[in-house]
Design a protein around this ligand. Structure first.
Ligand code: NAI
Length: 247
């Protein structure tokens, strides 16, 4: 299918898990994909294995927490491709601890990547989208950003903040032809959830009406829909993709 034919898409955190599934999905749908990640080996490997992707896939080492680096990267993408149609703010980390045990450093690291990172990338890319009077920004929140979760003060603060920013930017940028939406994944089988104790994951599966964890492709499909022309009138929405889980 060609639902993203000729679109220029930046995917942050595209080197693993959900982001990597999104990279593959977007390439299959005809997009040109630029990955911003702190490690890019998996993406380099895809480019090596599939030379037809050489023109349509680029990996850039970019720390989303570094505004200047992100601004330089956005400029480079715009110079090379002449436009930026889609930004998927997907990069994220966890540093879990209860409030009583969480260090200021753990708090700050997660806020820097999961909240400030989304601000930085959107701030760097939005001016190009405004110039085009078109663009789609998709932010990655989480089921825990909606309902909270034990041991995740920093992560929940960031993921709730992402929903807030989505609603602000939907208002500010909508009039300039840009839509901003969020996806709130449930528990998805990636490296991130490998850190969750198995008994908790079993409990999550049990509580999920569909009785399974999500797969990275489940989220990549939602990103693709929201990034496609089919979602042109969807703005400021938070799409839960969690198999019906309510914590
Ligand atoms: P992952 O750990 O497999 O992949 C995250 C990617 O982000 C990695 O490639 C990593 O190198 C990159 N990254 C980390 N810090 C970065 C930085 N400072 N700058 C640029 N890239 C950076 O994680 P996963 O599971 O694929 O998560 C993707 C997104 O989905 C995250 O925002 C996460 O919070 C969110 N999410 C994941 C859920 C899950 O169950 N796996 C549930 C809900 C939300």
């Amino acid at each position: 299918m060609n639902r993203l034919q000729s679109k220029i898409a930046i995917i942050t955190g595209g080197a693993s898990g959900i982001g990597l599934a999104a990279v593959k999905k977007f390439l299959n749908e005809g997009a040109t994909v630029i990955v911003w990640d702190v490690q890019t080996q998996t993406v380099e490997a895809i480019i090596k294995e599939q030379p037809d992707y050489q023109r349509r896939l680029q990996a850039m080492v970019v720390d989303v927490a570094d505004l200047q680096a992100v601004q330089r990267a956005a400029e480079e993408v715009f110079k090379r491709f002449g436009r930026i149609d889609i930004l998927i703010n997907n990069a994220g980390i966890t540093r879990d601890a209860t409030l009583l045990k969480m260090t200021a450093e753990q708090w700050q690291q997660v806020i820097d990547v999961n909240l400030t990172g989304v601000f930085n990338c959107s701030k760097a890319v939005a001016p190009y989208m405004v110039q085009q009077q078109a663009g789609k920004i998709i932010n990655t929140s989480s089921v825990v950003g909606l309902y909270g979760n034990f041991g995740q003060t920093n992560y929940v603060a960031a993921k709730s903040g992402v929903i807030g920013m989505t609603r602000v930017w939907a208002r500010e940028l909508g009039r300039k032809g840009i839509t901003v939406n969020a996806v709130a994944p449930g528990f998805i089988a990636t490296e991130m959830t490998q850190k969750v104790p198995p008994n908790i994951l079993e409990n999550i599966k049990e509580k999920t009406p569909l009785k399974r964890l999500g797969q990275p492709e489940d989220i990549a499909n939602a990103y693709c829909f929201l990034a496609s022309d089919e979602a042109d009138f969807i703005n400021g929405a938070v799409l839960s993709v969690d198999g019906g889980l309510i914590l």
